[in-house]
Design a protein around this ligand. Structure first.
Ligand code: GLU
Length: 282
């Protein structure tokens, strides 16, 4: 099962690279982004996570999750149909580069809006607010970041989650992986005492069939993560994306999407902070 999924993901990744290479070499033939090709055929390259169930997940060629649903809704409002979206994997550490190097047009990938990131990319949104938390084995008594002194904690390179630990909990043994699924696998093997990132990501991983009964989300958040739509610096799409997010919230599609994508996970979003109001564009 697992093998097949990884194989399919590898094929999809190769196909995506091939497509990128083609469009990079094809000169003017392929419109670079949605602002091109008037009169149909407009396309968007959208960066998402491929390994975060309930948010951005590769089902073997099709993609599911809340980020994917918001991306599809926003693309629709920009006049781009689902068939004309190319989903590209956007691991945490690669997001700024993917945007700066024009390898994607926008990113919906549990991407927190931060001042540091704003130095290199623009953001529309936020469209969701999560909080950093811990995932631990079911029988663990770790109850928060202050219990992690000397423990092995796993997080992901390039994430705000790893950065917060380095900045505020220097006594913790931080192990960095390219994705949270790798962290959870390592915790299953006993090398890791806890995994840290946003609560909604941890809840989705804990709810996977392979992890049933093994782990629990501590439920003691210690940050506010405002998920934005990453855009290349100087993009002119922020206002239109904010209007699309506002419409999605107002017409009930946002609520429907978050409910459907967290079904079966032990997770309730913070109703004081959600749904958020998109911030004015820079
Ligand atoms: N939202 C946090 C971030 O943007 C953590 C989740 C992630 O790595 O995507 O870094």
């Amino acid at each position: 099962m697992q093998k097949t999924r990884y194989a399919a993901a590898a094929v999809a990744a190769v196909a995506a690279v091939a497509a990128l290479t083609l469009s990079a070499c094809g000169g003017g033939e392929t419109p670079e982004s949605g602002s091109g090709g008037e009169g149909g055929g407009e396309s968007l390259r959208i960066g998402i996570k491929f390994d975060q169930p309930g948010l951005g997940y590769d089902e073997g060629g099709s993609y599911s999750g809340f980020d994917v649903d918001v991306a599809k809704y926003v693309a629709g409002e920009l006049g781009v149909t689902e068939e004309n979206i190319e989903f590209v994997e956007a691991p945490s550490a690669n997001r700024e580069n993917l945007l700066s190097n024009n390898q994607v047009d926008m990113i919906f990938a549990t991407y927190s809006i931060t001042d540091t990131r704003k130095e290199t990319v623009d953001f529309a949104g936020p469209y969701f607010v999560a909080g950093q938390d811990l995932l631990v084995p079911t029988d663990s008594d770790i109850a928060g970041p202050e219990d992690l002194e000397g423990k092995n904690l796993c997080s992901v390179t390039g994430s705000t989650s790893a950065q917060k630990i380095k900045d505020q909990y220097p006594g913790v043994q931080l192990v960095e992986q390219p994705g949270y699924a790798e962290c959870v696998t390592a915790m299953g093997g006993g090398q890791i005492d806890a995994v840290t990132t946003d609560d909604i990501i941890l809840a989705g991983l804990a709810a996977q069939e392979a992890n049933a009964g093994k782990f629990k989300v501590v439920g003691n958040t210690f940050s506010e993560e405002n998920y934005g739509v990453g855009l290349p610096k100087g993009s002119d799409r922020c206002e239109d994306i904010n209007a699309a997010i506002t419409k999605m919230i107002d017409d009930g599609a946002w609520e429907e999407a978050i409910t459907r994508n967290t079904e079966g996970a032990d997770y309730t979003f913070n109703a004081e902070l959600n749904p958020p109001t998109p911030a004015p564009c820079a």
